[in-house]
Design a protein around this ligand. Structure first.
Ligand SMILES: *Cc1c(COP(=O)(O)O)cnc(C)c1O
Length: 408
């Protein structure tokens, strides 16, 4: 395959890493997890120089995949990129949703069937560049699958811990893609505590959400793609199913970088962080006006990708949502599953439960008058619906008996 995005090294504009809470600077190109303050690190670029040397039209003229954004990404050398073909994902209209401007960004088409591929292709490529040999991660499923795939591809060993009720398909795909996967009798943060202890013992590098700086950089390409796909105009609102919040934080960062480059103006979409009513720590903190979220007890929801009782980047999620004029919205599982069924039946689009949650939240926002039906809205479908349980079909046909064609 001929792919001009991965045939030559391009200039890298990375200058340093920066603590998302204190602003402290750390050197790039060294292995880092959290900042000295224990907060996520953000990758910083020389955007002034980039603005002089790189133009919107240059990015537009390249093949439509994640690597067209090379200058805005941290991997310096092509030989470190561990790609499985991270294509741009389409924006699909959802006419039955009630508004003419409702678009679904269908992330289920990425490698390993979810948008976790965006974050993990970046984080694993950087781990490879920095000489990491062992990685461990707590996961609700999709992140582990993407980690296993990319790490196996470049010879990095992985230990992956899942809550015991993680969907079977996720556990199996992780194992088949070479990850040493274990079911743990606890939630994702309890799996994370075991991973953190192993990292303290020097057994592996901790790849928990936001504990390394590069997953955000991969996930921010969702925001870059959206801007390009919509003709350098952002939508009125974005509905994002929020677990650890990497994508929401990443897109918010992407919009600032695009503005610094002069590729978009100062307008921003309202960011709606969507959570399940059975696990809604960000919604509770938003409603209470808090900067940080408390751990959600007894977290439960069919949307396992957003079953995250405590997010390390809670303050970054809340800040982006508030600055954007959006809000955090909780939806019941019933509404989520009804939304999945409706989109499938009426629009032929099979959403994952987390994607269904965004549609249910959009409906709720319309009903509450938080947005108008004429606004342009992007809903994130973060994984292929084929990975999740579907209602059983009991009908059978006996080809030896008389067929009642009217009944078919
Ligand atoms: C991980 C995941 C989410 C949550 O994404 P974050 O960026 O971590 O908040 C939502 N849906 C699915 C299917 C996921 O795998």
């Amino acid at each position: 395959m001929f792919d001009t995005n991965l045939t030559t090294d391009r200039p890298s504009y990375v200058t340093h890493l920066q603590c998302s809470a204190t602003g402290e600077r750390l050197p790039a190109d060294t292995l880092q997890s959290l900042s000295p303050a224990g907060k996520p690190l953000l990758v910083r670029y020389d955007l002034e120089r980039m603005a002089r040397e790189w133009a919107r039209a240059d990015a537009e003229g390249r093949p439509a995949d994640l690597w067209r954004w090379r200058e805005l990404l941290p991997v310096r050398r092509v030989k470190d990129i561990v790609s499985l073909g991270e294509s741009e994902t389409p924006l699909i209209p959802l006419p039955s949703a009630g508004g003419p401007g409702v678009l679904v960004k269908d992330e289920g088409r990425l490698p390993t069937g979810s948008f976790k591929a965006r974050g993990l292709v970046m984080a694993v490529s950087m781990a490879k560049a920095l000489g990491v040999k062992q990685i461990a991660m707590p996961t609700n499923g999709n992140a582990g699958a993407a980690l296993a795939a990319y790490a196996s591809r470049c010879g990095i060993e992985t230990v992956i811990l899942c809550p015991e009720d993680t969907p079977d398909v996720n556990v199996r795909e992780i194992a088949l893609q070479g990850g040493r996967v274990w079911r743990v009798n606890g939630l994702i943060d309890e799996c994370g505590a075991i991973v953190a202890e192993g990292a303290r013992q020097g057994r592996w590098f901790d790849f928990s959400t936001l504990k390394e700086p590069y997953r955000i950089e991969g996930k921010k390409t969702m925001g870059l793609e959206l801007a390009l796909q919509l003709g350098w105009r952002l939508p009125d609102a974005i509905f994002y199913p929020t677990g650890g919040g990497t994508g929401l934080i990443g897109m918010w960062k992407a919009f600032d970088e695009l503005e610094a480059l002069g590729w978009i103006g100062s307008e921003r979409p309202r960011m709606y962080a969507v959570q399940a009513a059975g696990c809604a720590p960000i919604v509770k903190a938003f409603d209470e006006g808090a900067d940080h979220a408390e751990r959600w007890p007894d977290a439960h929801t069919v949307a396992s990708g957003i079953r995250v009782p405590k997010a390390l980047g809670d303050f970054l999620i809340l800040k982006a949502v508030r600055e954007s004029g959006g809000r955090a919205i909780a939806v019941e599982d019933d509404a989520t599953l009804a939304a999945v069924a409706e989109a499938a039946r009426q629009d032929g689009l099979l959403l994952c439960p987390e994607g269904g949650a965004t549609l249910a939240a959009y409906r709720k926002a319309l009903a509450e008058g938080w947005l108008g039906s004429d606004e342009q809205v992007v809903l994130f479908n973060c994984a292929t619906g084929l990975k999740y349980p579907m209602p059983a079909v009991e009908r059978t046909l006996d080809r030896h008996a008389a067929i009642d064609f009217d009944a078919l």
